[in-house]
Design a protein around this ligand. Structure first.
Ligand SMILES: [Zn+2]
Length: 141
């Protein structure tokens, strides 16, 4: 798990490294090149079989709904909810729904989701944030 921080070094989420992260040679993670490649292969297999996603070979490049940057890979597209309506890649592919966002904008989305969760269920999210802050949740690399 990785700690994802915003510009002010505030932890906004814990998440698995994405395929885009693993492909980036400047991305710091305690894995050998072979381990990174194995992890990418493994994640591709999962994503390509997930019922709410499309196979990466069927992906037609589209622009980010938030910043208009062209997203070249399906693995660089994300559900922008709650910034815009909820949209999985399968739906975007089948109905030409433009509501998908890039990895960079996904950080804004993650932050918005945290705020929404905090509003809806402050005690649970508050406890989770406290545990992250106190390093009580195992965080590698
Ligand atoms: Zn974007």
């Amino acid at each position: 798990m990785l700690k994802k921080e915003n510009k002010d070094n505030k932890v906004i989420s814990l998440q698995m490294p994405s395929i885009a992260d693993l492909k980036n040679p400047n991305f710091k993670i305690n894995m050998s090149r072979a381990e990174r490649r194995r992890q990418i292969k493994f994640e591709r297999k999962i994503y390509n079989k997930c019922p709410s996603m499309i196979n990466e070979k069927k992906y037609v490049p589209m622009n980010c709904v938030m910043c208009d940057v062209k997203m070249k890979s399906i693995h660089d597209t994300h559900n922008p909810y709650p910034i815009t309506e909820l949209c999985y890649s399968l739906e975007a592919h089948k109905t030409d729904n433009p509501n998908r966002c890039c990895t960079e904008c996904n950080e804004i989305v993650t932050d918005a989701r945290m705020k929404l969760s905090m509003k809806n269920n402050p005690q649970i999210v508050g406890n989770a944030l406290f545990m992250i802050k106190e390093n009580k949740i195992g965080v590698a690399a």
